[in-house]
Design a protein around this ligand. Sequence first.
Ligand code: MTE
Length: 323
Amino acid sequence: MVHIKTTRNSEISENQVTDEKVYRQRRNFIRTGVATSVGISLASYFPVLAHAAVSNLAERISGARNTRSLDEADELNSLEDITRYNNFYELGTGKEDPHEKAGALVTDPWSVTIEGECEKPGTYALEDFLKPVGLEERIYRLRCVEAWSMVIPWVGFPLADLIKQYQPTSAARYVAFETVYDARNPLPGQYSPVLKWPYREGLRMDEAMHPLTFMAVGLYGKTLPNQNGAPLRLVVPWKYGFKSIKSIVKIEFTEYEPPTSWNMANAREYGFYSNVNPEVAHRRWSQKKERRVGELFKRDTLMFNGYEEVAHLYADMDLRKNY
Ligand code: MTE
């Protein structure tokens, strides 16, 4: 039985900063190739991986092997950037609100309901839900529609691994997601009608099955901090950040395109697809440039946020349009 430990304390502790240092040292070690040059296999460097029976989620997260490393032009954002500059409207609309109010989100116990067009609907305790999937680390750029970006070392698993398990039927053409919402006991930001709660997102089935599409349960080798969408969030690196829905409680397979929060709030500004595209301006600002959090000068925004391998998914769409 896996127990997820989540902290109610939203402060960055000395401990967390030390973790970032240890994490970076471990990565440097891997990068210099010491592990292989002295004949130690990576599997023995990450001994937990060698044993499929590892049951503790925190251990599984810290032992997850990196399968997508840093690109030349990128540097990791610090744990502090990643956990103190957030968008999570359920915890407030200010960038520091999610960090300050993180303790309001209780993530243990947690369950995920699978419903709609699939063979195995049901409500699953998170620990059971995560048991069959192998965890890995992926370093991805996250590009917010507000024109800032970060580079984050996530730990999680491909969404495709999860989808296959619940066996969607041939009618399932989309996947819809929902964030936690209890109308009798809302999160601090859910008292405000800034969005229609619960937060909803969706993907077309081929987008959901794409190997880049990821479900995160950790970052920087540790369990996901609440403000980043604990205990389970989506990460779709070639789309604007609002598609990467946090703190998921429901996944539904649907025949028709599901309603999504920002699109419902303002369809002229936020499309269902919302792929990162420097050539398509937001109605109120250009998307040609972006500010990497922590950097002084702006950088060029990359088509699909640099993840060009997804271009074929949109071969029949006119990418100059704002979808
Ligand atoms: N998910 C929920 N449930 N609520 C939100 O307000 N904000 C989105 C996305 N997921 C949001 C959400 C936006 S706009 C962005 S840019 C990313 O989360 C930010 O993720 P981060 O705070 O981990 O960087």
